[in-house]
Design a binder for this molecule. Structure first.
Ligand SMILES: Cc1cc2nc3c(=O)[nH]c(=O)nc-3n(C[C@H](O)[C@H](O)[C@H](O)COP(=O)(O)OP(=O)(O)OC[C@H]3O[C@@H](n4cnc5c(N)ncnc54)[C@H](O)[C@@H]3O)c2cc1C
Length: 476
C-alpha cells in the first residue's frame, strides 16, 4: 500500500511530496495534466517561502533564476519602500515565475524519490479505518494510508469529501495573458500609466524578448472560468480601457481569473486532507496564494510523516487545521481589504490615499509587510515567550548558519547552555550545542517547520515539552 497519495502536482503538492520523502514516506503524486501548463500565474516568493527553501537547502537553486526586489508595492500595489530591519535574513521578494518554481520543486521531490505520475486524474475516493481508495479516470484504483488534495481551487478531492467552501463568488474578472505588442515600449508605458490613474486592474509588464504580461478587466464574469479568452476578447477589452489594443499578437497563453474568496470548512476528514488552493481561494493581490500553499505543505509534511512513521503524538495531525486555517482566513481578509483599495469609486480611492499615508508610519508599514510576506505568522502554542509559536529567523552560529542545519526536516534543539539533552528523541530531534550573538535566549526547540516549540533552559521543562510535538521517547 502507498503511504500517501498527493493529488495535484502544483507547487503545494510538489512541496508536500518533497517533505514526505525527507522522512522516507512512500509518496505518489497524481497529476491530471500530461505536461506542465507552461503558464506562470504566480511571479514571486515572499520572505517566508524564501526561508522555507533555505531551510531545505533549495535556495541555491532558486536564487540564480530569480530577481530580488526589496521595494514595496505588495500591499494593494501601494508603492512604499520596505521598513528597516525586518525580522528575516531574506528581506526581499524573489521574483521567479511559477513554472520555474514548479520545475525546481519537481526536481527536488523526484531526487528524494517521490513518484510523480502525470496524466492521472483522480475522479473518486472512499476511505475506511485502514486507508483510502483513489479512483482514476482510466478506472485504476490505488490504495494508500492517507491522501492529500492539492488539486487546486476547483478541487475534486474537496468536492468528493463534501467539505463546505463558504465565502463570496467572483464579482469581477480579469483577463491575463502573455503576448507581443506592435507599438514601441515607450508608447505602451505611457498609455498604461495614464489608464492606471483610474483603473488599477490594468497593466503591462515586460518579460523580455518583446513579450508582455498584460492584464485588463473582463466584461462581466464568465460562467466557466476554465475556458480561456480569445485574443479578440482581449483586444476588445484593451480598446475599452486604453482606446487601443496595442496591436497585440502572438499570444503565448491567455487566461482569466476572478476574485472569488472562499475557505474550506475543514482541512481534514479522516485520512484525507486538503492543502493549498484546494483549501482556500482569494484574489491574487499581494501575490500570496502560492506562498500560502507551499507553507501549508511545510506545516503538514512532517506531521503526516510522523503519523505514517508511527511516532505522532495525539492531536499532531489535527494541529494542521488548527494552525493553518486561521492563517488562510487572515490572508483571505487581507485580500478582501486590498480589493477594496483597488476599487475605482471616490470613497475607495479616498481610503486608499489614507492607507497610503498611514503606511508612512514605520510600524504600520512593518505590520502589513509581515502579514503579506508570511514572517508575522504565530501559531497559538499557549502562553509563553514572545518567540513561542513563531518561526525563528536564520541566525549565524559559530559553526555556520542555523538554516543550513535544518535540511533534513528534523526537529532541532539549539542549545546555548550545553546542559540540555534530547536523549530519547535523538532519532527525531537534532541537538546542536552552539552560540549565536543574534539569539538572546538560552535554548530553543524548533519543530521541523522551524516554528519555536519551546524556549528556556530548564532540562525538566524541556522533557515535559518534547512529547507534545515529537511523541514518546525511545527507551534503550
Ligand atoms: C493571475 C494570478 C496571479 C497570481 N500571482 C501569484 C503570486 O504572485 N504569488 C503567489 O503566491 N500566488 C499567486 N497566485 C496564486 C497561485 O498561482 C496559486 O495559489 C497556486 O498555483 C496554488 O498552488 P496549488 O498547488 O495549491 O494549486 P494549483 O497550482 O492549482 O495546482 C493544482 C494541480 O492539481 C492538478 N489537478 C487538478 N485536479 C486534479 C485531479 N482531479 N487529479 C489530479 N490532478 C489534479 C492541476 O492540474 C494542477 O496541476 C496567482 C494566481 C493568479 C490567478
Amino acid at each position: 500500500m502507498i503511504d500517501v497519495i498527493v493529488a495535484g502536482a502544483g507547487p503545494t503538492g510538489l512541496m508536500l511530496a518533497g517533505e514526505l520523502r525527507l522522512h522516507g514516506v512512500h509518496a505518489v503524486v497524481l497529476e491530471k495534466d500530461a505536461e506542465p501548463t507552461g503558464q506562470s500565474r504566480a511571479l514571486g516568493l515572499h520572505a517566508r517561502s524564501v526561508e522555507v527553501m533555505d531551510q531545505r537547502g533549495l535556495l541555491e537553486r532558486f536564487l540564480p533564476l530569480g530577481e530580488q526586489f526589496a521595494a514595496g508595492g505588495f500591499f494593494a500595489g501601494i508603492g512604499k519602500s520596505w521598513p528597516e530591519r525586518l525580522d528575516t535574513a531574506h528581506a526581499y521578494v524573489l521574483g521567479i515565475p511559477q513554472t520555474t518554481t514548479e520545475r525546481l520543486l519537481t526536481e527536488h521531490a523526484t531526487e528524494l524519490g517521490a513518484e510523480i505520475r502525470r496524466g492521472c486524474e483522480l475522479v473518486g475516493l472512499s476511505q475506511d479505518e485502514h486507508g483510502v481508495t483513489a479512483e482514476l479516470a482510466d478506472g485504476t484504483r490505488l490504495r494508500s494510508r492517507y491522501l492529500v488534495g492539492c488539486d487546486g481551487g476547483r478541487s475534486t478531492v474537496r468536492k468528493l469529501l463534501g467539505v463546505g467552501f463558504p465565502g463570496e463568488p467572483s464579482m469581477v474578472e480579469t483577463l491575463l495573458g502573455e503576448m507581443e505588442v506592435a507599438v514601441p515600449p515607450e508608447t505602451l508605458a505611457a498609455v498604461v500609466a495614464e489608464v492606471r490613474k483610474t483603473q488599477l486592474r490594468f497593466g503591462a509588464m515586460p518579460l523580455g524578448d518583446g513579450v508582455y504580461r498584460i492584464i485588463v478587466p473582463a466584461e462581466g464574469v464568465a460562467e466557466d472560468r476554465a475556458t480561456a479568452p480569445t485574443l479578440e476578447e482581449f483586444k476588445q477589452r484593451l480598446r475599452v480601457f486604453a482606446g487601443t489594443d496595442f496591436g497585440v499578437h502572438s499570444p503565448r497563453w491567455l487566461s482569466r481569473f476572478g476574485d472569488g474568496t472562499r475557505l474550506a470548512e475543514r482541512y481534514r476528514v479522516g485520512r484525507v486532507l486538503l492543502a493549498g488552493d484546494a483549501a482556500h481561494i482569494h484574489p491574487p493581490t499581494g501575490g500570496q496564494g502560492l506562498n500560502l500553499g507551499v507553507q501549508d505543505a511545510f506545516n503538514l509534511g512532517w506531521k503526516l510523516a510522523a503519523e505514517v512513521g508511527g511516532w505522532a503524538p495525539e492531536g499532531l495531525l489535527d494541529s494542521y487545521h488548527i494552525e493553518r486555517h486561521p492563517v488562510a482566513a487572515d490572508v483571505l481578509d487581507n485580500t478582501r481589504a486590498q480589493m477594496q483599495l483597488l476599487a475605482t469609486e471616490p470613497g475607495a480611492r479616498a481610503v486608499r490615499r489614507l492607507v497610503s499615508e498611514l503606511m508612512d508610519f514605520e510600524e504600520v508599514n512593518r505590520y502589513l509587510i509581515e502579514k503579506i510576506s508570511g514572517i508575522g505568522v504565530r501559531y497559538d502554542f499557549g502562553e509563553g515567550h514572545a518567540l513561542l509559536g513563531r518561526r525563528l529567523r536564520d541566525v549565524e552560529l559559530k559553526r555556520g548558519r542555523l538554516y543550513a542545519l535544518m535540511h533534513a526536516g528534523r526537529g532541532l534543539l539549539l542549545d546555548q547552555t550545553g546542559r540540555l539533552s534530547v536523549a530519547g528523541w535523538a532519532d527525531r530531534v537534532d541537538h546542536v550545542v552552539d552560540v549565536s550573538a543574534e539569539l538572546d535566549v538560552p535554548a530553543v526547540l524548533l519543530r521541523p517547520d522551524g516554528h519555536v516549540a519551546w524556549v528556556g533552559e530548564d532540562p525538566a521543562d524541556l522533557l515535559g515539552r518534547l512529547p507534545r510535538w515529537f511523541g514518546a521517547p525511545v527507551t534503550t
